[in-house]
Design a binder for this molecule. Structure first.
Ligand code: SAM
Length: 223
């Protein structure tokens, strides 16, 4: 009975995630902000010190929060996402900040950019597209030789407060995070990313503070 309930909640949770990229896109920012006690933005921005060069592509840019910061910091940045609903949210955010023409609707598997266009490609909290060799080959193609892919692939809260301990328990229970509060499933998954097959050399890094920790992959184009 307990297993049945947990499985049902897991399926429901996955459906909510899917819905968040489409009909519920207007709620995405609030849910990621409150659902992770304000840490989401910090985790997204952990890519910033890892960016090289000025030409940056953000794939799966979602509602454009990181893209806005990149543009404010004078990067020549573009954002790509498959979901028109997420891009709609991003468009509003960027327009308000005075940026236009920076968003592209498309799939990572078929990037609408010429070879060797970007010095860095960033991706925060990617869905399963990051696992496919087709996606990684495309990312490698649009990167300059020596360019890098920076992925924040997973993050988790530390038990620093009553609220964080509660969320860790809930997310552990519904399978978003493993029992220990760490997103073991996701981390196991990205352990097998076919980066080498795509000509990218991998380095794993951690962003950590008192409230949480994010796992970052930096992969450099070698040919
Ligand atoms: C978990 S959200 C992450 C959004 C944002 N990067 C963030 O940190 O909040 C994943 C995003 O990837 C987009 N996405 C999923 N599959 C994609 C694909 N094949 N190509 C491009 N974007 C995709 C979704 O529409 C969604 O906006």
């Amino acid at each position: 009975m307990r297993n049945f309930l947990a499985n049902t909640i897991r399926k429901f949770w996955l459906l909510i995630f899917q819905a968040l990229y489409y009909p519920l896109a207007p709620l995405y920012d609030k849910i990621s902000q409150y659902g992770f006690l304000g840490q989401w933005v910090k985790w997204q921005q952990s890519v910033l010190p890892r960016i090289q060069g000025k030409r940056v592509l953000e794939i799966g840019c979602g509602t454009g929060s990181l893209l806005k910061v990149l543009l404010e910091r004078k990067y020549r940045a573009f954002g790509l996402d498959a979901s028109p609903a997420m891009l709609g949210q991003a468009r509003k955010k960027l327009k308000k900040a005075g940026f236009e023409g920076r968003l592209v609707q498309g799939k990572v598997q078929h990037l609408p950019f010429p070879d060797n266009t970007f010095e860095t490609v960033v991706s925060t909290f990617p869905t399963s597209y990051i696992m496919s060799l087709e996606s990684l080959n495309e990312i490698q193609r649009v990167l300059y030789p020596g360019g890098r892919l920076v992925v924040v692939d997973t993050a988790f809260l530390k038990p620093y407060s009553r609220a964080s301990r509660f969320l860790i328990r809930v997310y552990g229970w519904v399978g978003v995070w493993g029992e220990s509060g760490k997103n073991k499933t996701q981390r196991d998954r990205t352990f097998y990313l076919p980066l080498a097959e795509a000509g990218l050399v991998r380095r794993d890094e951690i962003y950590e503070d008192d409230q949480g920790e994010a796992h970052i992959i930096v992969a450099t184009k070698v040919w």
